[in-house]
Design a protein around this ligand. Structure first.
Ligand code: ATP
Ligand code: LTN
Length: 329
């Protein structure tokens, strides 16, 4: 089974990214033929600093390796190293409805946040994501819940292409985890934990040191009442902590509720904090070892890109032939 996912380059990956996506990448290596891309071209759709972008690609590469993504068992590469993605993005624009792009939640949110320029790239962002996925004839896309709509659009683009130009693309499906698909901000548990949150207080970074994690969990907003039960409407704060503990321990939220029945918020938070500290510590340690070797990280990305290009270029030959683009094959 072909698995593909993309992740934006930042030096600030958080617990939501880790639980919702990164750890599914590691599992994917067991279940199929997995391809993961650090999507630097997506990062250029909002204001950014070029030198920092180069660095954050390496930060994210080291983070994925530290989490257990293994270039011997998957393909790991930088999106911009495989030019097929940009070409396919353009070609897919011809079967993408402007109205569909207009409905994308992420575009609405991100465009509202831009201070200087809402770029056309930000609008076309989901088409580039569709190109990433379809270039590899992907069957399964591991992502967090916030990417559901983008994967749905990718399916629509693939269907429309196949209808218009003949059977070319596999129709992919998302793989969204049952527990931890939408980890919420600890300070504002009605918004998802995000790199771009106004404050770091509610965001647990994978690279936070143990004491910072403890402080953030201790100060997490809780709800009125004393029961430790999941009720995202009435008790978003406690529900989020239940979800985090369940995900980190790999048990169901019901098991967490049962374990903490009759116990207080203080004790519960302490258990959550210690579980998260223990969960992230080995990743942080491996990251510190791996990140300084920039030449090694670049080599990993280059080797990954060579393998990815082979697959993507085969798809592009089919796409060009089907669309009547370029010389007669
Ligand atoms: P952020 O909002 O933090 O910037 P993002 O979605 O814009 O995240 P990525 O870093 O590329 O950018 O996300 C990587 C993966 O993490 C995606 O599959 C996304 O669905 C998932 N993800 C992001 N936030 C959360 C969250 N709070 N809970 C679970 N999964 C998440
Ligand atoms: N849009 C995604 C990142 C992303 C992606 C992809 C995810 C780019 N290309 C292909 C899965 C498959 C995000 O914002 N997290």
């Amino acid at each position: 089974m072909r698995i593909f996912s993309g992740i934006q380059p930042t030096g600030r990956k958080h617990l939501g990214n880790y639980i919702g996506a990164i750890r599914q990448y590691v599992d994917g290596q067991e279940r199929g033929d997995a391809i993961y891309s650090i999507v630097d071209l997506h990062a250029t759709t909002v204001s950014y600093d070029p030198a920092e972008l180069r660095r954050t690609v390496l930060d994210t590469t080291a983070m994925l390796l530290a989490a257990g993504v293994d270039p011997e068992r998957c393909i790991l590469f930088r999106q911009s190293d495989v030019h097929e993605h940009t070409e396919l993005c353009w070609l897919l624009c011809s079967v993408t409805a402007h109205g569909d792009l207009n409905r994308m939640h992420q575009f609405k949110e991100k465009s509202a946040r831009q201070r200087e320029l809402v770029s056309a790239g930000l609008f076309v962002y989901p088409v580039l994501m569709a190109a990433d996925i379809l270039a590899y004839q992907t069957e399964e896309v591991p992502v967090g819940d916030d990417q559901r709509q983008h994967v749905e659009l990718t399916r629509e683009i693939a269907r429309r292409f196949n209808e218009r130009f003949g059977e070319t693309f596999v129709i992919p499906r998302h793989r969204i985890p049952e527990v931890g698909a939408r980890i919420m901000d600890l300070q504002e548990p009605t918004s998802k934990m995000s790199t771009t949150a106004p404050s770091d207080a509610g965001v647990i970074l994978v690279l936070d040191d143990p004491d910072t994690i403890r402080t953030k969990v201790k100060r997490a907003v809780t709800d009125t009442g004393r029961e430790i039960v999941r009720d995202p409407e009435r008790k978003p704060g406690i529900s989020n902590l239940i979800e985090i503990l369940a995900a980190v321990r790999d048990v169901s939220p019901q098991q967490v509720e049962a374990e903490f029945e009759g116990r207080g918020y203080g004790e519960f938070k302490q258990a959550v904090a210690e579980a998260v500290v223990e969960y992230l510590a080995p990743v942080r340690e491996r990251y510190e070892e791996l990140r300084p070797d920039e030449a090694g990280l670049e080599r990993t990305l280059r080797e990954g890109a060579d393998k990815a290009r082979e697959i993507a270029s085969a798809t592009m030959r089919q796409v060009r032939a089907a669309m009547g683009v370029g010389p007669t094959p």
